[in-house]
Design a protein around this ligand. Sequence first.
Ligand code: MG
Length: 444
Amino acid sequence: MNRRDMIKLAALGTSAGVLGAMNKQGEAMAATYEKATTGLAPLKITDVKTFLTIPDTQNLVVVKIETSEPGLYGLGCASYRRRPHLVAEAVERYLKPFLIGKDPDQIEDLWQTSFNMSYWRNGSIFNNALSGMDQALWDIKGKRANMPVYQLLGGKVRFAVDCYSHARGNDLETVEGQVKDLMKKGFRHIRIQIGGYAGEGLPGTPDFKKHGFGSEEDIYIDPRIYLEKLPILFGHIRKTCGKQVQLLHDIHERINPLDAINLIKNLEEFDPFFIEDPFPPETPQHYFNMLREQTSAPIAMGELFNNPTEWITLISSMLIDFIRVHVSHVGGLSVARKIAVLGEMFNVRTAWHGHGVSPVGHAANASLDLVVPNFGIQEVVVFNDATKEVFPGCPEIKDGYMFVNEAPGYGVDFDEELSKKFPIVDEPLNWPPIRKYDGTAVRP
Ligand code: MG
């Protein structure tokens, strides 16, 4: 509310005394507003738009919030690769009418009131929609302040964002070759996988296919082969690539909890940087306690989390070492900032999920990665040329570090027209069924 609005409001008073008092109050509020915004004009949200595009291999959802100041808008990442249409609908149908006319400076209030407006909370669809909104509001605030968002969050405590990359193959030599290539490119942290998750794609025809159970395209995993081969892979990479490279691995919740605990005990001697998703998030806490009692190998969890109940106890009980949330699935930069602060109290480091995140989302991730003292590592995405063209100002990867440009906000723009050349694809919108030898479905 500006000074003129305050005076108008005050003029509604019925007596000279009331008018005088309100005039004074209005003047004081207007003065406070002007001081708080360093004289910038009041701002309103005028439009909210969503864009679906796939310039590389992942469906992306971009939220754009426009304001009453010509040319001032914010961009947010609401990318939910497998449910993009639903997120766009949530933004268009529910967030947009709520946001138009509101003050984009009030990020926390808009987050809280939007979060509550559907009564049931913490679903992945609406959390993504909220994240797009939240990130876009921070982008606006950065541009309005003429500063990169990381400056508003406390300023840099490191010069760039250290990232990990992925090496994966069906045999030891293939993984070794990839690790060596990535080390040459400057990566200090490399995730190693033998076959797909839990040995997906390793040789063998499963019994369920011989007996016509499920569908021909269903994925087969053999946890016994995986459990045997993974420690061999770790030993091989340590022997051939040295002790300095930091090795990560993702179990991807595909094996039963006791197998996961025994596997991690077997990997401990190879000094892993972290082992990710030993269990599905819905696993009883008892297994996390058991895991901690049995091994000191660092544990990462959180890629699938939507709800604070999923991370509060694991962090505050120090049952994990890295929090891996997908920033848009938990509701945005504002939520991730609070998770990072909680983690700092308990020596849990950040390791934001990177797969399927747009350049805007990565710049938002980096805004936190650069400022939180308990930063652990960032999962890298190396953007292709089409993505860089659709998102001018895209973060750059060099020597295993992510660098954001120093422009105000996230420093990343979005070419709406060009994005239309890359319409999203409806395949694969579902994760295909994954089965054990007898056809039993397992977590993805
Ligand atoms: Mg993962």
